[in-house]
Ligand binder design. Structure first.
Ligand SMILES: *Cc1c(COP(=O)(O)O)cnc(C)c1O
Length: 379
């Protein structure tokens, strides 16, 4: 049996990426602007629909930073955010000297709980600290309860920053994730559903917001022949080389989503007769997940004592990568001093959850190795 490493989620090139990169070299567009940047933005705009405008940036984290700035968040402001996420979601709140107010998840989508959100908001207002913005996440590609969450945010004038870094291609009620918020965030890091090796994007409803984003991402240079600056800018634009990879990846995005969804179906089948292990699936017909990562919950009371850590170690022995779910931010040392509102849902998910190999490039032989390993442990 082959013992090559099976990764959780690794880059999967479609084939034409090199052509776009070669063209960038051939035409000497080796810079953070050029035809691939414009072309990649166009591709993303067409893909997302809703007449959105897209600014290609150096990372998803940079996109969140620029979204918070444009939402008017500054030192001392409070920002409501989903605690159950990757630190790239929340760290930009700290860059700005603002305060993250962390909120629990609900068990259907594992994303922000509308009830806890309401409690958090009302408690902050009681303390005289009305939050300025809301940072939501479609974690693992699963859309959150958009209607409920956005109705609440709009009723309370909260700017919505929609972290869709893991959810390119996912939809809620037929509409693409990343087009619901005042600012939508995408990531093309190496482990995401498509990659530019590293990169991100901001999705916004108007051309003015896109122009403002590009302005801030290119050192906020005023219109003058010399370099003139009236506000703080950043060096956050995407490279024309990276964007070339992105253009190639866009050609295989839907195919790769189908393959990731196939991996999810594989796990549903693998675990369907196993007591105590449940696969994270869409809670209803309104939700369509790209299943960026497939994840399971392992209840040791029902599995006869087998924990998610037992499964992780058994896979590791076979050179198969798996990983616990994101550790909630309010449990991180860095965030332990900030407020948290919840009832233990995301803590439970972290305790029992495991992400399994989910890449679009996994072979039948890889699936067989995973299946054999799991069955050996559980049967
Ligand atoms: C990857 C990711 C980010 C950050 O994107 P980068 O491109 O890696 O900076 C933000 N939020 C979530 C949920 C992510 O998974």
């Amino acid at each position: 049996m082959s013992k090559d490493k099976i990764w959780l989620s690794s880059p999967h090139m479609g084939g034409t990426e090199r052509d776009f990169v070669k063209e960038a070299f051939d035409t000497n567009w080796v810079a953070p602007l050029g035809p691939n940047v414009n072309g990649f933005e166009k591709d993303l705009e067409n893909y997302q629909g809703q007449n959105v405008h897209v600014a290609a940036l150096s990372s998803g984290t940079a996109a969140i930073h620029l979204a918070l700035i444009q939402a008017g968040v500054g030192p001392g402001d409070e920002v409501l955010c989903q605690s159950f996420t990757f630190c790239g979601t929340t760290n930009p709140i700290l860059y700005l000297g603002a305060t993250p107010i962390m909120v629990d998840s609900e068990p259907d989508t594992w994303n922000i709980c509308p009830q806890s959100l309401k409690e958090a908001y009302q408690d902050r207002v009681r303390q005289g600290k009305t939050p300025k913005a809301l940072l939501t996440v479609h974690l693992y590609g699963m859309p959150y309860k958009v209607d409920e969450v956005h109705a609440f945010a709009k009723a309370n004038q909260l700017a919505i920053i929609e972290d869709s870094a893991e959810a390119l291609g996912s939809t809620y009620k037929g509409r693409k994730c990343g087009t619901f918020g005042d600012y939508g965030i995408l990531s093309f890091n190496g482990n995401k559903i498509i990659t530019t090796s590293g990169g991100g994007a901001m999705v916004v409803p108007t051309k003015e917001q896109k122009d403002k984003t590009v302005f801030l991402a290119t050192q906020a240079r005023d219109n003058a022949p010399h370099y003139q600056h009236s506000e703080v800018g950043y060096n956050y634009r995407m490279s024309n080389i990276s964007a070339g990879i992105g253009r190639g990846q866009m050609q295989v995005l839907d195919k790769h989503i189908a393959l990731r969804r196939g991996m999810n179906a594989f796990y549903v089948h693998l675990f369907e007769s196993i007591e105590g292990i449940t696969v994270h699936i869409e809670p209803g017909p309104d939700y369509y997940s790209n299943h960026w990562l497939s994840a399971i919950l392992v209840d040791p009371v029902k599995t006869g004592g087998i924990t998610r850590e037992d499964i992780r170690l058994a896979l590791e022995d076979e050179n198969i990568e798996s990983r616990p779910l994101w550790k909630p931010m309010h449990l991180q040392p860095l965030y332990s001093d900030y407020p948290y509102y919840g009832s233990g849902v995301c803590e439970g998910l972290f305790e029992q959850g495991l992400c399994l190999p989910s890449g679009s490039n996994l072979t039948q032989a890889d699936q067989k190795r995973i299946k054999n390993c799991i069955e050996r442990l559980l049967r």
